[in-house]
Design a protein around this ligand. Structure first.
Ligand SMILES: [Zn+2]
Length: 274
């Protein structure tokens, strides 16, 4: 184990990132929905919450689920040596967002509830995938330059009723704007869902699955290999949407994280060290 003092995050990296590791006492804090990295030459595996995965180069990236609380044990293996850092999950920093949608999209009929349950059962296994990494960071934004996504983590209140927090980012964009794959990968789900509308899920290997929602049209099929930048659909307003926009989300090793963190240089992610 390394001493507590060594856990102080790199100040230079902190200034550049939206999800700093806040040094507080001797135990570093991580932000729900954020990512921290831990690098050392000779790293052979990374682990968190019972999952084990391969590092990217010499770096373990630890995604912190949006709904994580308490403490997390971040693990790595260096040759024959196992190391663990226990980090504290910090406060939930995201604001509230109030939206008005048709009542049937908030108070679901029994048939719609059953449909959502079926769709969730189809999606859940995707978060277990841990293939060979087929991507590199940063990812390519899903829309052409000039569009900016936001509102990750906002606490959603639909028609005055609190619902799940927003686990992706929304890009306001005109209908029919082409939507592209953020990295090479394989389409693992491409279908219409109650809330997400026309949706495409791409497995990029390395435990990373990206998703785009509310499409006007889907341009790919399940099992299809796509390359970074390939058109996979077009912006629309299908599903629970108040107008044309793109919802872009990622799950990494099962965790809901802010996808915009993966669209910038990975060196900007907060680091644990050494
Ligand atoms: Zn959204």
């Amino acid at each position: 184990m390394t001493t507590a003092g060594a856990w102080l995050a790199l100040a230079g990296a902190l200034a550049l990132t939206a999800t700093p590791v806040l040094a507080q006492g001797s135990r570093p804090e991580v932000v729900p929905g954020g990512v921290v990295r831990w690098s050392a030459q000779g790293t052979t595996s990374c682990s968190l919450g019972g999952r084990i995965w391969a590092p990217l180069g010499d770096t373990c990236y630890f995604p912190v689920d949006l709904l994580a609380t308490g403490t997390l044990d971040l693990g790595r293996t260096l040759g024959a040596r196992d190391e663990t850092i226990t980090v504290k999950v910090g406060r939930y920093p995201y604001p509230e967002q109030r939206l008005e949608v048709p009542d049937r999209m908030v108070d679901l009929s029994p048939a719609d509830q059953a449909r959502v349950a079926r769709e969730n059962a189809r999606i859940a296994p995707l978060w277990e995938r841990e293939g060979v990494p087929g991507f590199s960071l940063p990812l390519q934004p899903p829309l052409p330059p000039g569009f900016k996504g936001d509102r990750f983590g906002s606490r959603r209140v639909f028609n005055n009723q609190p619902r799940s927090p927003h686990n992706g980012i929304d890009y306001k964009a005109p209908a029919e704007t082409p939507v592209t794959a953020p990295a090479d990968g394989t389409v693992v789900l491409a279908e219409e869902h109650f809330f997400a509308g026309n949706s495409v899920f791409v497995d990029h290997g390395g435990g990373l699955v990206s998703m785009v929602f509310h499409l006007a049209r889907i341009e790919v099929g399940v099992g299809q290999r796509v390359q970074r930048g390939a058109v996979i659909g077009h912006v629309g307003s299908s599903g629970r949407a108040t107008g044309p926009h793109l919802h872009f989300g990622v799950r990494w090793h099962g965790a809901r994280i802010d996808p915009s963190l993966l669209l910038g240089p990975p060196e900007n992610l907060p680091a644990l060290g050494p």
